[in-house]
Design a protein around this ligand. Structure first.
Ligand SMILES: [Zn+2]
Length: 282
């Protein structure tokens, strides 16, 4: 266990998460009553580590009151049912996550603007933010008092964040990154990798990275006057992504599709019969 402050501790558990990340961070937030963020571990040995962590927290006087889920991806809810049942805790998540997760005995739905108040020497108020874009039901938790933002898979300090059209939406993702940036949290605590200080401007960097990719997709498409299929466009628009880095090409393919959907919505390209074409205005 790592303790970042009197109100925040972390346990990283091994999960089946897209490389190069190998672990998902679980957080305990609260000074006495605590929310346990991410019932992530699917592996029995890692679940045992999670239970040992909870026991250690209890010995310190912490009182777990619920499991909080940022979103439904397997590396975040791998232990959902087993952990909820064994610890007899309710699950806190968004309705869109509940619809995509296995059924649990007790839950509480949260949405944007909700507040969770945790009792302790001083009550700790957590602001709930609904931040879709990576996943429809994605939630973040913000402790404005201490400047800690639990940001799930909105950004990462290792690996990349994949936006697929099946789960996400590129335009929405960018809007939500802007919102998180405006919080100016002292630290962002991602699901993968270490805490990210405000000075790192992580949200601005992720926005810039996406917009650079979008510009590259558009410039690559301009090289195909007759339009291009995704298959033809992918190696040009993602020529910097190593083909040997499996399963990155799959993610690049889904990311490309997300970018193309946004470019079409923005009126910058047209799409028909499986081909995208740069729109010439005038
Ligand atoms: Zn995810």
């Amino acid at each position: 266990m790592e303790r970042f402050s009197p109100t925040l501790a972390r346990l990283a558990v091994r999960t089946q998460t897209p490389p190069p990340a190998t672990h998902t961070n679980c957080y305990a937030i609260g000074a006495r009553d605590v929310l346990l963020v991410e019932p992530a571990p699917a592996d029995p040995a890692e679940q045992e580590a999670f239970f040992a962590w909870v026991s250690a927290l209890k010995q310190e006087g912490r009182r777990p009151v619920g499991l909080f889920v940022t979103h439904h991806h397997p590396d975040h809810i791998g232990g959902l049912v087993h952990l909820a049942n064994t610890l007899a805790l309710p699950v806190f998540f968004h309705e869109e996550t509940r619809l995509r997760a296995p059924e649990v005995a007790a839950w509480r739905l949260l949405d944007d603007g909700d507040r969770v108040v945790l009792d302790g020497p001083e009550p700790l108020t957590l602001d709930v933010l609904h931040t879709p874009g990576h996943a429809a039901g994605h939630l973040c938790l913000y402790d404005a008092q201490n400047g800690d933002l639990i940001c799930g898979d909105m950004v990462a300090s290792e690996g990349t964040i994949v936006i697929t059209p099946e789960d996400g939406n590129m335009a929405e993702y960018l809007r939500q990154l802007e919102r998180l940036d405006h919080l100016a949290a002292a630290f962002a605590h991602p699901a993968h990798g270490g805490p990210i200080p405000r000075e790192a401007s992580i949200f601005k960097r992720f926005i810039a990275h996406r917009l650079a990719r979008e510009a590259k997709v558009l410039a690559s498409l301009a090289r195909f006057p007759e339009g291009a299929t995704n298959e033809a466009l992918l190696p040009v628009a993602y020529d910097d992504v190593s083909a040997s880095a499996n399963p990155i090409p799959y993610f690049a393919e889904r990311s490309l599709e997300s970018h193309l959907i946004k470019l079409e919505e923005d009126g910058k390209i047209t799409r028909s019969s499986g081909r995208s074409t740069v729109r010439v205005s005038g």
